[in-house]
Design a protein around this ligand. Structure first.
Ligand SMILES: [Zn+2]
Length: 288
């Protein structure tokens, strides 16, 4: 995949921050809550006040590996891409796009949504409008899936930014309200639509990146349908595996609220092909 030249100035590096007592009681529960959040379930859940775990966090020097440096550049370039894409879309609708910050962390991080452990994978916190990622998530993508991981890495960021856009457009609030009134089954259905829309929004990033950089070289990952599928599957598979691991295998399939990988690919492609927000109306779609 060919990356853009510009690096975003909205990346905040909090790697090397250590929390005293971060291994204490309740971390397992917090991890679960955040995993649930990553999978689209009740993102406002805060199970424990971060203060309890995080008195006086200290930041030591962090030495990144060559692979991490590469991932950091990718993340930053993709974030810059999304700023461009969404900046244009918002301004053409007479609005200003508020760029999200992206926080790199190692091990654990404090967010407005609570303490997160690296194991939860990347997530977006609507409470502080920030995307969080521990780049070790990418080591796993890379080592397990090789080259397609490149596209999967980019997609993961574009998807989280998709949640940010949903927040700015008031969609997240609406779905949250609808879910709080709904049955568990209905709530999961709404969540799937929200997740698939974030996938479609990720497709809009790819559409825009493709356009602004002209025709990408033949064989480019982002252009090959098979690779898109592989990338999305890789990202979802890792999420699912981690979820299983963290929960000791307890989580039931119903709580996997991202939609099937087939649906995810379909909605990603919609955004990718059209580049239009209107094409991402998963909430009115009769069929997903
Ligand atoms: Zn999501």
């Amino acid at each position: 995949m060919r990356l853009g030249d510009r690096q975003s100035s909205n990346v905040e590096d909090r790697r090397g921050v250590r929390f005293r007592g971060a291994g204490g009681i309740g971390i397992g529960t917090i991890v679960l809550a955040l995993v649930a959040m990553y999978f689209g379930q009740d993102p406002t859940v805060v199970l424990q006040n971060a203060q309890q775990n995080a008195d006086e966090p200290q930041q030591g020097p962090y030495r990144e590996s060559a692979a991490e440096a590469e991932s950091r550049k990718l993340v930053s370039a993709v974030l810059a891409d999304t700023e461009e894409a969404w900046g244009q879309i918002f301004s053409s609708n007479g609005r200003t796009y508020e760029q999200p910050k992206l926080v790199l962390f190692s091990g654990a991080v404090e967010s407005a949504c609570g303490m997160a452990q690296a194991a939860v994978g990347p997530f977006y916190c609507p409470g502080d409008h920030q995307v969080y990622i521990d780049l070790s998530f990418y080591d796993e993508l890379r080592s397990r899936f090789g080259a397609p991981g490149d596209f999967a890495q980019a997609y993961v960021i574009a998807h989280e930014v998709g949640h940010h856009v949903q927040t700015l457009l008031g969609i997240s609030d609406k779905t949250q309200a609808a879910r709080s009134r709904a049955s568990q089954v209905e709530s999961n259905r709404i969540s799937v639509r929200q997740e698939l829309q974030a996938d479609c929004f990720a497709g809009i990033w790819a559409h825009n990146a493709n356009q602004s950089r002209g025709v990408l070289p033949t064989g480019d990952l982002a252009l090959e349908a098979g690779d898109i599928e592989e990338g999305l599957n890789a990202a979802s598979a890792i999420g699912d595996d981690r979820l299983q691991k963290q929960s000791g295998g307890y989580v039931s399939p119903e709580s996997f609220t991202h939609g099937s990988s087939e649906q995810r690919v379909r909605w990603f492609k919609r955004g990718f092909e059209s580049g239009l927000v209107e094409s991402c109306d998963t909430f009115s779609a009769r069929e997903l």
